[in-house]
Design a binder for this molecule. Structure first.
Ligand SMILES: NC(=O)c1ccc[n+]([C@@H]2O[C@H](COP(=O)([O-])OP(=O)(O)OC[C@H]3O[C@@H](n4cnc5c(N)ncnc54)[C@H](OP(=O)(O)O)[C@@H]3O)[C@@H](O)[C@H]2O)c1
Length: 276
């Protein structure tokens, strides 16, 4: 497994995303992943599946210190009192005494960057998380919060796939020593399968379209991905990407698929996104 070194955090580059997985199915998939090469699980308070993720972790029998568990605090809770309650409730639901990474899920609208940084710092100091990071932050917000934090900022988790040009954010993360972790790395399972560029590479490498795209993610410096699947066989397929490589030219042909209006996750709470 490729390990990302992000300002002191050692993050397995490929993790299992768990959005929309619930109950026993979620617990069984987490257990299955942890028994088959995954060490990194991504959840959030908002996913309402932290109990199931915790059950899957325990069922796997894996030692806690081998695992990298991420959870997130929803932006409405990023103020004094609510933030601490959210983080503690996540730990209780997960059945863990700490997570490895705690993220602010989206930048809150109050723009109180010093306040957000103080809450993340407090979470480290209370031992609730080993590392802190953010999600859906722009380059401007990243630089501001990195400067305001006492503890290192390790991750920006953002939408990323070959159709979206995230080169500005990638460069900013590299400059700040952080990792960029891709959510929706498979474009939510759409379009990839009909794409002739991806299909041609899949045929040439004797791999699937999804494996080609995940390889593209992980071949970027400082980059990881957390594909979600509810299908046990795909859990195995999605990690079977370490026996081949894409050439610089093949990487470039995938990056060239970028297009305008290809962002899937854009809501009222979105910040003013970086433009390519
Ligand atoms: N921070 C944020 O704001 C944020 C936002 C969105 C997501 N996330 C995180 O990122 C994770 C991944 O994003 P996502 O779930 O939106 O999208 P995704 O991982 O890009 O795509 C998931 C879709 O791809 C399909 N899929 C997975 N592996 C496949 C394979 N080998 N072959 C064919 N289809 C495959 C899945 O189908 P099946 O499930 O049917 O197998 C599912 O429909 C989430 O689960 C969550 O942890 C974070």
């Amino acid at each position: 497994m490729k390990i990302l070194d992000a300002n002191g955090a050692r993050i397995p580059a490929l993790g299992l995303g768990t959005f929309q997985l619930k109950g026993n199915q979620c617990a069984e998939l987490v257990e299955h992943a942890l028994r088959n090469g995954y060490d990194h699980i991504d959840t959030a308070a908002m996913y309402e599946n932290e109990e199931a993720v915790g059950a899957g972790i325990r069922a796997s029998g894996r030692p806690r210190d081998e695992l990298f568990v991420t959870t997130k605090v929803w932006p409405s809770e990023v103020h004094d009192g609510a933030f601490q309650r959210s983080a503690e409730a996540s730990l209780k639901r997960l059945g863990l005494d700490h997570v490895d990474l705690l993220l602010i899920h989206w930048p809150p609208k109050d723009n109180d960057i010093e306040g957000w940084a103080a809450l993340l710092d407090e979470a480290v100091e209370r031992g609730w998380t080993r590392h802190v990071g953010v999600s859906n932050f722009t380059t401007t917000l990243l630089r501001q919060i990195a400067a305001a934090l006492k503890h290192p900022l390790t991750v920006n988790q953002v939408e990323n796939h070959p159709y979206l040009d995230q080169s500005k954010l990638r460069d900013c993360c590299a400059e700040l020593g952080m990792a960029l972790i891709a959510y929706c790395p498979l474009f939510k399972g759409r379009r990839l399968f009909e794409d002739p560029t991806i299909a041609a590479l899949a045929k040439a490498k004797n791999k699937t379209a999804v494996q080609i795209v995940l390889r593209w993610h992980l071949q970027h410096e400082g980059a990881g991905a957390i594909p979600k699947t509810a299908t046990p066989s795909r859990v195995l397929e999605n990690i079977d990407i370490f026996d081949f490589a894409l050439s610089d030219q093949e990487m470039a042909s995938l990056s060239a698929l970028k297009s305008a209006n290809s962002r899937l996750c854009d809501y009222d709470i979105s910040p003013d996104w970086d433009r390519p």
